[in-house]
Each structure stands twice: as C-alpha cells, then as structure tokens.
Design a protein around this ligand. Structure first.
Ligand code: WTA
Length: 664
C-alpha cells in the first residue's frame, strides 16, 4: 500500500496485532435472527435440513422430495413443488405491510422515490401485462439491460410473474457484450431505457441496444423505459421499438395471475466470465434459489421486515439479484437503491443517503471500503447514521481495510460479515452467522449451515481440514442455491465445475464435488480464508473478468499479432488487467495502437474492463506446445520472482520482456 492508502488512524495497526477476533456487540446478539448454534446441526441434517429454508416461502404445491440426487451433477431441489417468485416477493406481503416501503430509490441528482409494497404490486402487475402484450410468454428469455432505476427490479419481478426467465446484463456492458448475450440466451426481447445519470451527465444508454440490434444474429423485440416521463431530449428512439409507457398506459390497473412454476423451472440466467472466451449463462432454478437467498438474507444479513437495508451493489451482478431484489423483498423488508456513484457530487454521498433513510444494514465491497479509506474519515464524520450490521462481498478484504470499516463506518458497534460466494452458488456459502461466531478480520469465516467446503490438492487428494494448508476450494455436497447448469450447455457445466475433482462416471453424488476455482486455507480455528482465483478469471474492483475474454477483444485489433492478459495487483481495485502485445510485422508500436487496443476492450466488453497498461513486447513466454504462460507475465507485472521458466520453448523470453518493460 502507498502512503496515502494507509489508515488514517495509526492505532489500527496496533489493534490488529493485539486482537485476532472481535466479538459481536451484545446489543446485536440480543436482537439477532439466529442465536442458537444448533442451526448448524439442524440445517446440516442433509438434505432434509434445507426444508426449513423452503418453509420460509409460500408454495402453491408442496414438494414431494427435498433432493433428487440420482443424476449428479444435475440435482433437483424441492421436487414436485410449485411456486412463483413474484408472488413471494410482492403479493404475500400485502396483508401485513401494503403501505410499507419496498423500494427506496434515490437518483444520482437527489430525486427520491418511495415505492410501497402496494405500489410495487401495481407496477409489477402492469409491467407483466405490458410484457405479455408485447409477446412475452412463459419460458421466453427476456434480456434486461437496465441501470439502477426502479424499472430494473420491477421488470425482473414482472418476468418472474409470467414465468419468463430474465437475463440481466449489467448496464456497463457494451453493445457487443449485450448482443453476444442476446444470441447466447436465444432471447427475443431486450428491455432497455433511454438513458440514466453518471456523474451529472445523461448517458444515452439506448445506443447500446441500437448497436446490439445491428450486430446480433437474432432480431429481438426492443422495449424501452424512459428515465423521466418523456424521452430525454438528447436521445432518439427507433420507430421499431416499443415504448413501455405506451404499453403500460394500455394496461393500467391490469393484473396478471402469477404463474405457478415448477421448483426446477429456471428463474433467471446470469452470464459470467469463465475460463474461455465466451461467457457462461449460469441458470438458476426457482424453488431452490429463492429458498436459499431468503434464508441467507435472514440468517446471515439478519434482515427483518422493519429494517431499512441497503446493498450498494448493482443489480446487474449476482449480488444485486440475490441481496437487493430476491432475498430482501422475499422477507418483506425495505431495500434501498441508489442510481449513481459514491463520489458524485461529493465524497459523502453514501453517508448522506445512510443518514437520510436511517439505514440499519449496509452491504458493500472491499474495493469500496478501500476507496472510502483513501478518501479519509473526514468524509464520514458529521453524518448521523447507525448501522447495526455491515457486509462485504466479492473479494478478500485486507485486515487494515476491515478494521477501518469497523471503526469509522460501523463505529465499533456494528457486526461485519465477509461473505464468500459466486454467481454460480446463488447465495453465501462461507461466512459467519453474525451473532454466533466472532469476527476475524481478513477471513470470510465459517461454512454456512448445511454447506460443506473442503480443500484438495491439484491431484484431487483431500487436504486435511483445518491444517492451514492452501488448496483448491471445493464444495462436497449440493445445496439449494447452486446453479442448475450452464444454459444450453450441460457439457460445459460438467467441464467447468465438476470434472476436475469428481468421478464423472459415478452415479453416486458422494463422488462428485463442485470446483469453485478459488484457492483457500482453513485455519485451526475452522475459519476460511479465500485467497483468490486459481483459473484465468480476474477480479477487478469486484467485477469478474475472464482473461480469455479480454484477449479475444484485443485480438480484434488488426495491428495485433498476439496478446496475453495478466492480472496486476492493485491497492485500490484488487487486480487490474495488463495487456502484453506483440504487433504484426511492419506495425509501429505507438500510442495510437495502444489506444485502439483500449477502445477494442471497451467496445467488446465495457469501460469497466479497460486495461491498466498496454505493453509492447517482442515475444510472449510460451511452452513447447505453444501455450502462453500467463503466470510468468503475472509475475513480471507484479515485480515478483519469475518462477520456473524451464518448460518454456525459449527460456530467455521472460528476462527480455522484463528488460523491455522495466528498462533495466
Ligand atoms: C471472489 C460475487 C474473497 C472469488 C458474489 C469468487 C471473494 C468470485 C469473496 C466470484 C470473499 C467473492 N472473499 N473472495 N468474501 N466473495 N470472492 O461470481 O474469487 O462475481 O470466486 O460473485 O469473487 O465472483 P462473482
């Protein structure tokens, strides 16, 4: 860490050395949703223990069997059960809390919208009716490319009401990335918006749908929300598109009966980066997923209906799906949504919102915590808010950042849970139950109830539990929140997640283990520390990116002969992409080429994936069979020892690259 990243309070360091564990405040424990350690045994009574999760929901048809594991890894949860997610997140709360706020939305410029459960019911019904009129039928995949505006969760819940799986594409993704996901999901609908605000500017978001429509193989029907009552002056909307406002006007006060979905019917797809150039459509089931996120919202996030809960993530990623929309609304709480960035128009924006709405539970990423820490505690001081519970998710949190968060944001009176999970896992798998387990800065905590993490070496041999040795993190038993498959590609599902550490010929689920792709260590105290990805996936400011995806974007540039992407450690963002490029013969290594490479990444993926450095080299380190050794490039980027270079075709290449880059 550089000077300026150091905690502004020198006692923090000292404190960490003195104290490994922090007890949850007594006041917290006194009111927590879970205070009895027997929950681990109850839920761990596999698989029946998970029934208590499903019992948190309303079912149209009770399940016959908790788990059908007869065809691993295609597990089925709550077999025979039927339910609707929109009913569970909206309708079932009307009797008790129709006037309570469901969504508290704040625009970047300070506009406020307070949507009660009754309003949400109306709007979700009318939106479902509008989508139905536009031709959406049960099982149609609807691609949703919306920013953080109420239309996003409303569209998701309307899709769920119709039984049409949504595939939300993060608004920051480019037109190309959108088109790729429309085609991959066989989707005939895009739902978008004219634009939204970022740092005071109105972004003409619809342009991405325009371009995607031009480049996708499919010809999706495009439905357009508007950020204000009318289309923004700076934006043109194609005559081929349908305005949501028109459809909604025709469907005013219309209601749509929630479709009873089989527990195993998909609720949504979420595309995420894997180890190949193409993103994978993680397919999540209705019954198991909703049970799992509802239960973990209650037990881990400690949400109660009367709370004001704010998860400052984007709904376009899994965290927002599970822990802004489905989990919190299923529990009937008030969920805060903010459109903008944390530093616009000033660096106290988050705390202003926390104070304004009296937020009880706050959820963010380590990248955000490091940023708040860098800005300094003076931007927090003077704001009157009092969190009872705080969360981090998405990357490991350094003990220094943890303690800063604990002290300056939590005022030493809030619990913190560090939650480890993935797009694929649906919900938290490793984290503390906050009233039961002491907090340990830098550690994600213990396994969630009913979850069985373990470590294996690269050969698949089990590493002794709690040995302090690092290994590949696997999950030995299935759980209700897990992905069903990779959309349309069962083989890839098996290849990516199972075949390395399972006996793929076995029909007995005991022989199958889910591979997380992360390295981890379990200490003697049973606490887990997740070390980061072991595969070609990087974590940039909590956003997951595949190095192969970046490389295929760079390869689009004509001047490039060959390219490889390596993850450079970054004090602020965790990791950032470095691009190593060999140009074609006759091409001059120039700023113009660098710029074309950066633009290609922005166009193919999105601005959030922009390379940190583009470095021209004469050659890339390759094995004798021609495989690029990214690990060596990573060591060069990070200024580490090169490591073993004997397997390289030309062992002198790394040194040459180092000389070229560092000029010594
Ligand atoms: C990383 C985000 C350390 C990990 C919910 C994982 C974490 C990837 C943590 C999934 C944590 C997530 N500590 N690392 N608490 N949480 N990760 O799919 O490498 O966007 O595999 O899901 O983020 O990222 P994804």
């Amino acid at each position: 860490m550089s000077e300026q990243d150091q905690p502004d309070d020198a006692t923090i360091e000292a404190r960490l050395h003195e104290q490994d564990y922090f007890r949850p405040p007594t006041e917290f424990v006194g009111q927590a949703n879970v205070t009895d350690p027997s929950i681990h045994d109850e839920v761990g009574d596999f698989p029946e223990g998970f029934e208590q999760y499903a019992e948190l929901l309303d079912w149209d048809e009770h399940w016959d069997e908790v788990l059908d594991a007869s065809d691993p890894p295609f597990y089925e949860w709550f077999v025979g059960g039927e339910l609707n997610a929109s009913h569970n997140c909206v309708d079932r709360h009307l009797d008790e809390r129709k006037n309570q706020t469901a969504l508290l939305w704040e625009g970047e410029g300070g506009e406020q919208r307070n949507i009660s459960y009754q309003d949400l019911y109306r709007r979700v019904n009318e939106t479902a009716a509008a989508l139905r009129q536009a031709g959406v039928e049960e099982d149609d995949v609807v691609t949703v490319h919306l920013p953080m505006v109420p239309a996003l969760p409303i569209t998701m819940l309307a899709c769920a009401r119709l039984g049409a799986p949504h595939s939300v594409v993060f608004a920051g993704f480019s037109a190309e990335a959108l088109a790729e996901r429309v085609d991959a999901a066989d989707s005939d609908f895009i739902v978008t918006i004219d634009g939204y605000y970022r740092r005071g500017d109105f972004l003409p978001h619809i342009e991405k749908a325009d371009e995607a429509n031009g480049s996708a193989d499919r010809d999706p029907e495009t439905l357009v929300w508007t950020r204000h009552d009318d289309v923004h002056d700076d934006v043109g909307v194609s005559d081929d598109y349908t305005m949501m406002a028109d459809l909604l006007a025709e469907n005013r006060r219309e209601t749509v009966e929630p479709v009873s979905r089989d527990a195993e019917d998909p609720l949504f797809l979420m595309y995420t980066s894997g180890t190949t150039g193409k993103p994978k459509g993680c397919q999540h089931r209705t019954g198991g997923y909703l049970s799992y996120v509802t239960a973990t919202s209650k037990y881990v996030l400690d949400i109660e209906p009367e709370d004001t809960y704010w998860c400052a993530a984007d709904i376009g990623w899994i965290t927002g799906h599970s822990y802004i929309v489905y989990g919190p609304l299923s529990l009937g709480t008030t969920s805060v949504m903010y459109e903008g960035t944390p530093d616009h128009p000033h660096k106290s924006r988050m705390w202003e919102i926390a104070e304004r709405y009296d937020v009880d539970i706050f959820h963010t990423s380590p990248t955000a915590v490091r940023m708040f820490m860098k800005w300094g505690k003076e931007h927090v001081e003077g704001y009157d808010f009092d969190f009872r519970h705080m969360t981090t998710v998405g990357e490991p949190i350094q003990p220094e950042a943890w303690l800063w968060y604990y002290k300056h944001i939590g005022d030493e009176s809030a619990v913190i849970v560090d939650t480890w999970w993935q797009t694929e896992t649906g919900g938290h798998l490793i984290t503390n139950l906050p009233a039961l387990e002491d907090m340990k800065p830098g550690s994600a905590g213990k396994a969630c109830p009913g979850i069985s993490p373990a470590l294996v070496d690269d050969e698949g041999d089990e590493i002794e539990p709690a040995s302090g040795k690092a290994g590949n993190l696997i999950i030995e038993r299935p759980w209700p929140g897990m992905l069903q498959t990779v959309y349309g590609n069962d083989e890839r599902f098996i290849e990516e997640y199972w075949e390395d550490f399972s006996d793929v010929d076995s029909g007995d689920w005991h022989d199958w283990s889910y591979k997380a792709g992360d390295g981890a260590v379990q200490g003697q105290d049973g606490y887990w520390r997740v070390l980061g990805r072991l595969d070609d996936v990087m974590n940039v400011a909590g956003h997951r990116l595949g190095t192969m995806e970046l490389e295929s974007a760079v390869a689009e540039v004509e001047d490039v002969a060959e390219a490889a992407v390596a993850a450079r450690e970054d004090a602020q963002k965790g990791e950032v992409p470095d691009v190593y490029v060999v140009v074609r013969d006759g091409v001059e290594e120039s700023d113009a080429v660098s710029q074309r490479i950066v633009t290609a990444v922005e166009d193919e993926i999105g601005k959030f994936a922009r390379p940190a450095n583009v470095m021209f080299v004469d050659d890339l380190p390759k094995t004798r069979s021609g495989k690029i050794m990214r690990r060596i490039l990573e060591n060069i980027s990070n200024g580490d020892e090169l490591g073993d270079t004997t397997t390289l075709r030309d062992p002198s290449v790394p040194e040459k690259i180092r000389d070229q880059i560092h000029g010594d």
